[in-house]
Design a binder for this molecule. Structure first.
Ligand code: GTP
Length: 279
């Protein structure tokens, strides 16, 4: 996805329009990269609308670092929870937290004699964090899209959750902050942006460099190698040897080993790894 200023303006306007319809916003982020998968302007965009940060892909991230991030957000006064959108894990916690963040509004409604008014929510987030997956699992439909055909009313579709919550079935797509190299790399490591930002061999090498720092034992265990005092390139070559990524003439097949490493990181096979810590 290329985020031109025109795109940003359009999606921002759409989100602002939908914001008016809801009581609470679910900001979905990727729990492996909680900073890089956040939109830098999100606070300004949402304003004082109650919000819950939903850390998705918890099946892939590091359990201990998840706790650090939850603390980090809680200290900022933001309610936060972990989910796995594929397995639909964490939804009852989402319902519980929703009831907490909109408690005051509910009380005001009760004072005015309004009872049982549904709580309305919408999902926002940068590409690839799992917005559609969550919406589809919650609605138990294969597609979250309706009303494309002429003649079909293009009314808003709401998905019923427990606790009298209704979720808007179209997510708000935000843009990530590509300008910072570290952010762009993290997004590329997790597969959120196309591998084209750099060649795949360099991308995998940079990932290995990072994994040597943050998760050396997981790397050693997965590939049955020792990484002590080895450079990232040497580690990559060791992995290539172990996995038979070798060309004719005993040359290393860097493209193949790069693909192996990236695929196995992205699918969690190397282990539950979080690339960013609060600091
Ligand atoms: P855009 O449509 O680009 O805005 O992306 P999105 O935020 O709607 O993400 P989408 O639901 O398309 O998911 C992106 C990828 O992440 C897909 O391959 C999903 O299968 C995967 N995914 C989503 N949620 C989870 C999760 O909780 N765990 C794992 N392992 N993968 C997930």
């Amino acid at each position: 996805i290329n985020w031109f200023p025109g795109h940003m303006k359009k999606t921002r306007e759409l989100i602002q329009k939908n914001l008016k319809l809801v009581d609470v916003v679910y900001e979905i982020i990727d729990s492996r990269i909680p900073l890089s998968s956040r939109n830098p302007e999100i606070d300004k965009l949402i304003g004082d609308k109650p919000r819950i940060v939903v850390m998705n892909k918890s099946d892939l991230s590091d359990t201990n670092i998840n706790k650090e991030w939850i603390n980090y957000f809680n200290k900022k006064g933001i309610n936060t929870l972990l989910i796995d959108a594929i397995k639909n894990k964490g939804i009852s916690e989402l319902v519980k937290q929703t009831e907490i963040v909109i408690k005051e509004k509910k009380e005001r409604q009760l004072d005015r004699g309004i009872k049982n008014k549904p709580i309305r929510a919408m999902i926002v987030g940068v590409p690839n964090v799992g917005k559609s997956t969550l919406i589809n699992s919650l609605s138990r439909r294969k597609s979250a899209k309706t009303g494309d055909k002429p003649g079909v009313t293009k009314g808003k579709q709401w998905i019923k959750l427990k606790g009298n919550i209704q979720l808007l079935d179209t997510p708000g797509i935000l843009w990530p902050k590509f300008e910072e190299q570290e952010v762009a790399r993290n997004l590329a490591f997790t597969g959120a942006i196309k591998d084209e930002i750099m060649d795949i061999e360099t991308l995998a090498l940079k990932l290995v460099e990072k994994l040597i720092k943050i998760a050396p034992f997981k790397l050693e265990k997965r590939y049955d190698i020792e990484i002590k005092e080895k450079s990232a390139l040497e580690v990559m070559e060791k992995i290539a040897l172990k996995r038979g990524a070798i060309l004719k003439g005993a040359e290393i097949d860097y493209t193949r080993v790069a693909n192996i490493i990236l695929d196995e990181f992205r699918s969690g096979i190397i282990g539950n790894i979080t690339l960013e810590r609060p600091s």
